[in-house]
Design a protein around this ligand. Structure first.
Ligand SMILES: Cc1cc2nc3c(=O)[nH]c(=O)nc-3n(C[C@H](O)[C@H](O)[C@H](O)COP(=O)(O)O)c2cc1C
Length: 304
């Protein structure tokens, strides 16, 4: 049975990876699961300098989901390379580094630094974070800026580039095409949705940041639709994510058009989720007499 898939020139032993920001820098989960069984480890977003993040509370549970406003806390490029890279580079599975910046030049500089590092599996450009006021959101929701940021990173690196799309657009197809035309090797869909929750007794927002990004099972059907639309608009592979808890969820994303999938929020309450999803995909393939996981991709039957 073949579970391997290809994201640009990056080969994955199976299509299941972690979603950025929900799996730390890998080491945090090393005692809980065998990381070498994953398709890839995707780490928390990194920018040029260290970032403290937002004040607490930074997460709140809502019906079938989570709202977070972490504020892209991170050690910066140097801190990441010193503290986290030695562990990650020793793994047998690729590391995908999620990167962000507040200007096109900053993105490009981070891409250049990781290109020079050697051994990185791919870069994922977070152009869609709704939590940072200084940047992020406008890159992913402005066709021109999106093209500029992808092209600027493309000039700095030969590493596979994955553009993580913003869901906050009326139609995702033109944005997917803009990222492809600017040189992206793949798209990841989707990031979180802007959201807010209020404590009605105190009349205060539940998050110190007031608003945050909604993730988890409640966003899955919306994410499936975005993946389906984007996968028809571009030739490059799509990595699907949003509320994946089970193999059935992952298979649904693949049928909609995803070549690979990422597990996010579910890691917080069931660290085994990625491994359960991989086992469940195998079981599904066996039950349906499938030899190659790629048979699942874009296999939804839509009457024309
Ligand atoms: C606590 C938290 C932190 C996140 N941090 C990042 C991040 O740094 N960069 C990024 O591109 N996405 C980040 N995300 C978004 C996830 O990678 C993923 O796109 C989203 O959670 C949808 O998947 P899920 O519903 O399975 O969680 C974060 C999500 C959560 C819940």
């Amino acid at each position: 049975m073949n579970l391997s898939v290809q994201i640009g020139k990056l080969a994955l032993q199976n299509p299941v990876m972690t979603a950025s920001g929900t799996f730390g820098y890998g080491a945090e989960y090393a005692e809980l699961i065998d990381l070498n069984q994953l398709g890839a480890v995707v780490v928390k977003g990194i920018c040029l300098s260290p970032v403290r993040g937002n004040p607490t509370p930074r997460t709140v549970e809502v019906a079938s989901g989570l709202i977070n406003a972490i504020g892209l806390q991170g050690p910066g490029v140097d801190g990441f390379i010193k503290k986290h890279w030695p562990f990650l580079k020793a793994l047998n599975v690729p590391t995908i580094i999620n990167i962000w910046g507040t200007t096109v030049e900053e993105y490009a500089e981070v891409a250049r630094r990781f290109n020079a590092l050697g051994g990185v599996g791919a870069l994922e450009l977070n152009v869609s974070c709704p939590n940072i006021k200084a940047g992020g959101a406008q890159f992913g929701t402005d066709l021109k800026l999106l093209g500029q940021v992808v092209a600027a990173c493309r000039r700095e690196t030969k590493l596979p580039l994955i553009t993580k799309m913003s869901p906050n657009v009326v139609s995702i197809a033109p944005y997917a095409k803009a990222a492809e035309e600017a040189g992206s090797d793949a798209l990841s869909i989707t990031n979180s949705y802007p959201a807010m929750a209020i404590d009605i007794e105190t009349r205060r927002p539940k998050l110190a940041n007031v608003t945050g990004g909604l993730t988890g099972p409640c966003i899955k059907p919306i994410a499936i639709k975005l993946v389906w639309e984007a996968a028809q608009a571009v030739k490059i592979p799509v990595i699907g994510m949003g509320g994946i808890q089970t193999a059935a969820d992952a298979i649904e994303f693949m049928m909609a058009g995803a070549t690979a999938v990422a597990v996010g929020t579910a890691n917080f309450y069931e660290p085994q989720t990625c491994l359960n999803v991989i086992a469940g995909i195998r079981e599904f393939m066996q039950r349906h007499g499938m030899e190659d996981v790629r048979e699942l991709i874009k296999s939804v039957r839509v009457a024309k």
